[in-house]
Ligand binder design. Structure first.
Ligand SMILES: Cc1cc2nc3c(=O)[nH]c(=O)nc-3n(C[C@H](O)[C@H](O)[C@H](O)COP(=O)(O)O)c2cc1C
Length: 344
C-alpha cells in the first residue's frame, strides 16, 4: 500500500536520529556502519545538480545506496531552479527505472525516501556560485529552487527536505524568516544548523535559533550542531523542542553515538562500548571500503581510521603504520593489535 505523504514525513522526522551529510565521509560504506549502530535517517554526501544535469553516470557513486540504508535521501546543491529540477528528476527517474533489476550486493533498486537541498555548505567553490549557504543571502532564489524541486518530489510522491544555516553572518541572521519562506515554497522538513556561513564550523552553534524556527513553522524541524553525547541530544530536544536530531562530526570514529542516543531517548541506561568491542565494526568498515573499486578508498579509510583510533594509547604509532601502508593485511593486523591491547 502506498504510504501517505504525512506518514512518509513522519518516518523522517518523528523522534529520529539522523546522520548528517559529511562530504568525504558519509559515503555508502560509512552510512551502512552508522545504520548498523542504529542511525535512523541517512543522507548522501552533497551532489552537484550541474554535474547530474551533465551526466548521471559520473555521479552514480554518490547517489547509490544500500537497500538497508532506508530511509535515505539524496542531497543536491545548486544555484539554479531549472537545473535543480532537472537534477532531481534525473535522480528519481534513475532509481524508478531500476525497478525489478537485480543489483550487485544489496544496492537499492528503487526510489530513495526523499530529496534534500543543501542550503548550508560554506565552501568557497560552492558559495561563489550562490549555492549552499550563499542561498541564505538569496531567500527568494532559495524559495524558487525549493518550489522547482518540490514539483518533482510531488510527481514521485516523496517528501522534500532542506538543510539551512543560521544566516550568512552574525549581522544577517535570518533563519526564522528563511525557514518560513521555505515552508511556503514546499519544504516538508527543515534541518537547522545554527551557525552562520562566516562561522564555518567554529564557535558554538546557537541552539536558541532552532527553538525560534520551531516556534514559527509547522513542518518538522531537525536540530543539528554540536551533538557529541547522548546528553547533548536530550538537551537539544528539551531546549529547542525540535522533532529529531542530526549528528555530524560527533559520529566520526564514533558510530556508536546513535545507539547511545537511542537508549537515552528510551530512558535506558547507556553504557559505553569497550574498545575491544568496537573492533568488529572498525574491521567491517575497512572490509567494506577495501572490497569496493573506489579509487579514493585509501584516503577514505585513512581519515576514518584516524577518527576510530583517536585517544587510544599507542594509537599515534599505529596510525603511522596505517598511513604509510597500502597493505590491507598489515592495516588489519595493526588495528587488531591496537584494539586488543585495550582489552588487557
Ligand atoms: C567534513 C564535513 C563535510 C560536510 N559536508 C556536508 C554536506 O555534504 N552537506 C551538508 O549539508 N552539510 C555538510 N556538512 C555540515 C554537517 O552536515 C553539519 O551540518 C555540521 O557539521 C554541524 O553538525 P555537527 O556539529 O554535528 O558536526 C559537512 C561538515 C563537515 C565537517
Amino acid at each position: 500500500m502506498n504510504k501517505s505523504i504525512e506518514e512518509k514525513i513522519k518516518n523522517l522526522s518523528d523522534n529520529k536520529i539522523w546522520l548528517a551529510p559529511l562530504a568525504g565521509f558519509t559515503d555508502r560504506y560509512y552510512r551502512q556502519i552508522a545504520k548498523e549502530c542504529d542511525a535512523d535517517v541517512l543522507v548522501s554526501e552533497m551532489v552537484s545538480a550541474d554535474g547530474l544535469k551533465h551526466s548521471i553516470n559520473k555521479m552514480k557513486p554518490y547517489i547509490e545506496f544500500y537497500e538497508h540504508e532506508r530511509p535515505y535521501g539524496v542531497q543536491l546543491f545548486g544555484d539554479d531552479p531549472d537545473t535543480m529540477q532537472v537534477a532531481a528528476e534525473k535522480v528519481l527517474n534513475y532509481f524508478e527505472k531500476l525497478k525489478d533489476t537485480v543489483r550487485e550486493g544489496s544496492l537499492a533498486n528503487a526510489m530513495p525516501e526523499f530529496i534534500d537541498i543543501n542550503m548550508g555548505c560554506p565552501v568557497k567553490k560552492v558559495v561563489k556560485r550562490t549555492a549552499g549557504s550563499a542561498l541564505m543571502r538569496e531567500p527568494k532564489l532559495a524559495a524558487s529552487i525549493t518550489h522547482a524541486v518540490k514539483e518533482v518530489c510531488q510527481k514521485y510522491d516523496i517528501p522534500l527536505t532542506v538543510k539551512i544555516r543560521a544566516g550568512w553572518d552574525l549581522e544577517s541572521i535570518n533563519c526564522v524568516e528563511f525557514a518560513k519562506m521555505q515552508e511556503e515554497a514546499g519544504a516538508d522538513v527543515i534541518a537547522v544548523h545554527p551557525r552562520t556561513r562566516s562561522q564555518l564550523f567554529t564557535g558554538k552553534s546557537n541552539w536558541d535559533l532552532i527553538r525560534q524556527v520551531k516556534e514559527v513553522v509547522k513542518v518538522p524541524i531537525i536540530g543539528n550542531g554540536d551533538i557529541n553525547t547522548p546528553e547533548d541530544a536530550l538537551q537539544m530536544l528539551k531546549e529547542t523542542n525540535c522533532d529529531s536530531v542530526m549528528i555530524g562530526r560527533g559520529a566520526l570514529g564514533n558510530p556508536w553515538i546513535f545507539q547511545y542516543i537511542r537508549k537515552a531517548l528510551n530512558k535506558e541506561q547507556v553504557s559505553k562500548v569497550k574498545p575491544i568491542d568496537k573492533l568488529p565494526i572498525v574491521i567491517k568498515h575497512l572490509d567494506l571500503i577495501y572490497s569496493s573499486d573506489d579509487p579514493k578508498k585509501l584516503y577514505q579509510i585513512r581519515s576514518h581510521l584516524a577518527h576510530y583510533t583517536k585517544g587510544l594509547i599507542n594509537s599515534a604509532k599505529a596510525r603511522e603504520i596505517i598511513f604509510q601502508s597500502l597493505d590491507y593485511e598489515l592495516i588489519k593486523e595493526t588495528l587488531e593489535n591496537l584494539f586488543n591491547e585495550h582489552s588487557k
